[in-house]
Design a protein around this ligand. Structure first.
Ligand code: COA
Length: 167
């Protein structure tokens, strides 16, 4: 049954990390197709513009056949309805993620009772990762190996060498 389900993994991915990729890869084993839905309308000020985030995700997931990278704006529940999906994938790294994720899952269900949120736990080696942290490491010239895909590490270097830090 779940093999036929289209699932959506939403997020800002600013930039995508190996932790995000770990969740995407795990999702591809559970669902027939995964749409990685990249938001551009949340309150966050992005370091990478929407096109850059889409491009980096496409490059990082090119080996995965059942993954599509698409932008979305507005309410997530409306987007899900539009593409005929009712499953949201979210990663749970540490206990402190839980409260926010729980709230978001229940709010999405309140907005549309058909929506189910599936939580996946990333590999232990990624539980400490976040996009802000990798940006700080890049800005301060630290080693990004193992934290982000190669294309992301390259873009982070380009950005910070050109002093484009905006967040
Ligand atoms: N590995 C590494 N980092 C991870 C991760 C993982 N597996 N999972 C989450 N993160 C990090 C991200 O890097 C990010 O770090 P940062 O804060 O340093 O940038 C942080 O966790 C949260 O990012 P993300 O998972 O992308 O969530 P988000 O808060 O940016 O986005 C949306 C949440 C997009 C799903 C939510 O805001 C949304 O649905 N927006 C649409 C509007 C809407 O419907 N609102 C009502 C929702 S109830």
């Amino acid at each position: 049954m779940s093999q036929e389900i289209l699932a959506v993994y939403p997020g800002s991915f600013d930039p995508p990390t190996n932790g995000h990729l770990d969740i995407i890869t795990r999702s591809t084993r559970l669902f027939c197709k995964i749409i990685v839905a990249v938001t551009d309308n949340c309150n966050k000020k992005h370091t990478f513009c929407l096109d850059e985030r889409l491009q980096l995700l496409c490059e990082s997931t090119k080996a995965l056949k059942n993954v599509e990278i698409l932008p979305f704006s507005g309410l997530l529940v409306n987007y899900l309805e539009q593409i005929n999906s009712f499953v949201v994938i979210r990663g749970l790294r540490v206990l402190s993620d839980f409260e926010y994720e729980f709230q978001m899952a229940l709010m999405n269900r309140k907005l549309n009772k058909k929506i189910e949120t599936v939580f996946l736990i990333p590999d232990q080696s990624y539980t400490f990762l976040s996009s802000s942290m990798v940006k700080e490491i890049a800005m301060l010239g630290g080693d990004m190996s193992g934290l982000v895909p190669k294309c992301v590490a390259k873009e982070l270097k380009n950005k910070y060498q050109k002093n484009e830090y905006t967040k």
